[in-house]
Design a protein around this ligand. Structure first.
Ligand SMILES: NC(=O)c1ccc[n+]([C@@H]2O[C@H](COP(=O)([O-])OP(=O)(O)OC[C@H]3O[C@@H](n4cnc5c(N)ncnc54)[C@H](OP(=O)(O)O)[C@@H]3O)[C@@H](O)[C@H]2O)c1
Length: 263
């Protein structure tokens, strides 16, 4: 089977997804742009096709919807693509007691269920061609339990561990798998949830183009987890070292002294 040149980007109608579309079109990829807002997708697809001479198809899909999700997953598995950017995501930010359980379930369907199904489908396609690139957009909040983002934080911790586990599963192949952990990015993410950007001070934000440029540089260098705003890379090395020490320690077959009853 011949290798395609198609990059699929979910959540391409704004923010980080639109920035990936722009960059990948500039690199010559044909695009399949996925989101719910048809007008936004069509405007972007038309502009990128004109500017970069690539083909840009749009797919209007609600990835929380099981049949829309199944249709895209089936397509990825049947017609292997070159790249999948699993970017569509939502926050449902606010206390769970106020937002309610339905909002948490919707978030899980998009941030976890859709990302998982699309990853597995794309990887099935990649196995047919022997090559492909999967990029899963997590967040630095994967490391930050959050009173106003319990499910969001949990979902991004899932994305990080899921993606790192897939990297282990596929480490002996030519399939590239990257987790990207953005910090605060100036997009519609907060306003789409009825919040404003003042969640963080203005100085905390970078733009989506800078994020994507850094993420693609990380991918090109073979990085597996890319945290574009982590200026001191030594912090990541220290986390990884302590993680390895933790894992070696917890399989020691003994209970810590602090939990043993005092005689
Ligand atoms: N902005 C940040 O500070 C930040 C930080 C860390 C991680 N992230 C992550 O980055 C990713 C992109 O977010 P963004 O900042 O670019 O926000 P955004 O501008 O709000 O973009 C979100 C994208 O997801 C799409 N989407 C939302 N619900 C969908 C659904 N049910 N089905 C299909 N598409 C859906 C939206 O398109 P439609 O509304 O047209 O469907 C939109 O294209 C998310 O996974 C987010 O968690 C963002």
């Amino acid at each position: 089977m011949s290798q395609t040149n198609v990059a699929v980007i979910t959540g391409a109608s704004s923010g980080i997804g639109a920035a990936y579309a722009e960059r990948l079109a500039a690199e010559g990829y044909d695009l399949l742009l996925v989101a719910r807002r048809a007008d936004r997708l069509q405007d972007l697809a038309g502009r990128l096709a004109d500017t970069h001479g690539v083909s840009a198809e749009t797919l209007v899909a609600d990835l929380e919807d099981a049949s829309d999700l199944a249709a895209l997953a089936a397509r990825l598995e049947t017609d292997p693509v070159a790249v999948l950017i699993n970017n569509a995501g939502a926050g449902a930010l606010g206390p769970t007691a106020i937002k309610g359980a339905d909002a948490q379930e919707s978030l899980i369907r998009l941030n976890i269920v859709a990302l998982t199904r699309l990853s597995i489908a794309a990887l099935a396609g990649f196995r047919k061609t022997g090559i492909g690139t999967l990029v899963n957009i997590a967040s630095v909040i994967a490391f930050a339990p959050s009173a106003a983002g319990a499910t969001y934080s949990g979902s991004k911790a899932f994305v990080l561990n899921f993606t790192r586990s897939l990297q282990l599963e596929y480490e002996k192949t030519d399939i590239r798998i990257q987790a990207v952990l953005p910090g605060p990015i100036r997009t519609e993410f907060f306003t789409a949830q009825g919040l404003d950007d003042s969640v963080f001070p203005a100085s905390a934000y970078i733009g989506p183009d800078a994020l994507v440029e850094a993420a693609l540089a990380g991918l090109a260098s073979g990085e597996k987890v890319t945290v574009p705003t982590l200026v001191d890379a030594g912090i990541w090395d220290a986390i990884e070292k302590e993680r390895a020490r933790f894992l070696a320690e917890v399989v020691g077959g003994r209970v810590a002294e602090r939990y043993t009853p005092v005689a």
